[in-house]
Design a protein around this ligand. Structure first.
Ligand code: FES
Length: 169
């Protein structure tokens, strides 16, 4: 499997080559979109008319499917997705402050990605580990009992070795 390119530069020839494998196969739309996202890390908007033409669909139909599935993105995503819990248990234990501090550390708002494509920030309704509240997830690792100090240490590693720990304690 190729690693996602995650850059703004998109090779249209590469998109053509991927799409060509599915020409005329309307049923292949979702696997095709997933394949393009796997290749580029997202679905470049320039690929939508190419896909539509190859599959005999309107671009609006392709866009409609992309919009329907939350797992499909038309903007580059960060290598690590930061998900801050905004559920009730986390909220009453300071989740709002954690979100505010994460935004400050990363310099982005919810739904945005840092300019270096390192982090994408999202919020979630509940991570499912309420006993550890307030919680956040960084690159699929749960970080429980978050507080400003832990948060600072977590993002301090950004410049050294990045996040690779699971600190649910
Ligand atoms: S409310 Fe945050 S983990 Fe459940």
């Amino acid at each position: 499997m190729n690693s996602p390119q995650r850059t703004a530069a998109v090779d249209l020839g590469q998109i053509d080559a991927i799409v060509a494998r599915c020409t005329g196969q309307k049923w292949a739309l979702i696997p095709l979109l997933q394949g393009i996202q796997e290749e580029f890390g997202y679905i470049p908007p320039q690929s939508i008319p190419i896909i539509a033409r190859a599959l005999g669909l309107f671009p609006s139909q392709v866009q409609g499917v992309i919009s329907f599935y939350e797992q499909l993105y038309t903007e580059p995503r960060g290598r690590k997705v930061v998900r801050v819990c905004r559920g009730t248990a986390c909220h009453v234990r300071g989740g709002k402050t954690i979100l505010k501090l994460v935004k400050r550390h990363l310099g982005i708002e919810e739904g945005q990605t840092t300019a270096d494509l390192e982090y994408t920030l999202e919020t979630v309704a509940c991570i499912g580990v309420c006993a550890l509240a307030p919680n956040m997830v960084v690159a699929d690792h749960v970080h429980g009992h978050m507080n400003p100090k832990k948060l600072e240490q977590l993002f301090k590693r950004r410049d050294t070795k990045g996040d690779n720990s699971n600190t649910g304690d």
